[in-house]
Design a protein. Structure first.
Length: 241
């Protein structure tokens, strides 16, 4: 009987010893890796001094070659009108060109061939306007020349990179202040900086007005620019002493 008790007690004693050793080592491991991670953000506001807008031409024809030829003719007229308005060749970039078939499904039946209604050619031009006072004029001349698609007016600033650097510095200061407040409140001492990460993607949040206009509504449209908000976000990880 005593031998049986000894056999049962040995595993129990070993388990208790292992648990005790773990309880003693865990706090020491946690102390060595104590950190605090904080996020800081800031933004800088500045006046917009530049804008981009998508101007396009869409043509339809029963013959694909005719649709392409008409589209080329009208787009060349639009480009010439924009250049006459003061837009440089470098600020005119083709952003999308698409040719697709439009089918008429109203006459479709089982086994019947699909009926082609027309071929549609769409050509989009990304236009950079560096003089905001002529945006309305740019729209007017483009429409008069034959443009029938207007998309996504976006105001930006040529000073956005410098503004981002300033916002980045303020974001770091914001994160440092938060880390110090947390440590003071927790009665611990802030240690050295271990890691820093900055999020740059989409840091310029301009005065944006995304819209679609037909030729009639675009002509004579009143366009008012706004401020550009340049933002920065950083994540800092500090050691806690």
């Amino acid at each position: 009987m005593n031998r049986m008790k000894n056999l049962l007690c040995k595993p129990l004693i070993l388990s208790l010893i292992v648990a005790l050793l773990l309880s003693l080592s865990l706090p020491a491991f946690a102390d060595e890796d104590r950190t605090v991670t904080v996020e800081g953000s800031a933004s800088v506001s500045l006046k917009a001094d530049m804008a981009t807008i998508e101007i396009g031409v869409e043509t339809k024809h029963a013959d694909v070659a005719a649709a392409q030829s008409e589209n080329t003719r009208v787009m060349n007229a639009v480009i010439a009108a924009l250049q006459a308005c003061g837009i440089s060749e470098d600020d005119l970039i083709t952003s999308n060109f698409n040719v697709y078939t439009v089918y008429d499904y109203s006459y479709s039946s089982v086994g019947a061939e699909e009926r082609i209604m027309n071929y549609t050619v769409s050509n989009m031009l990304s236009v950079t306007v560096r003089d905001l006072t002529v945006i309305g004029q740019v729209l007017d001349v483009a429409v008069e020349a034959g443009a029938n698609q207007i998309y996504g007016l976006n105001f930006t600033s040529t000073e956005s990179n410098a503004a981002y650097q300033k916002a980045l510095m303020r974001a770091v200061e914001d994160a440092q202040e938060k880390a110090q407040v947390l440590c003071t409140a927790s009665q611990v001492e802030l240690g050295k900086l271990l890691h820093i990460d900055a999020q740059e993607t989409g840091y310029v949040y301009g005065a944006r007005n995304t819209f679609t206009m037909d030729a009639a509504s675009a002509k004579g449209a009143a366009i008012v620019s706004g401020d550009v908000q340049v933002g920065a976000t950083v994540t800092l990880t500090y050691e806690i002493k």
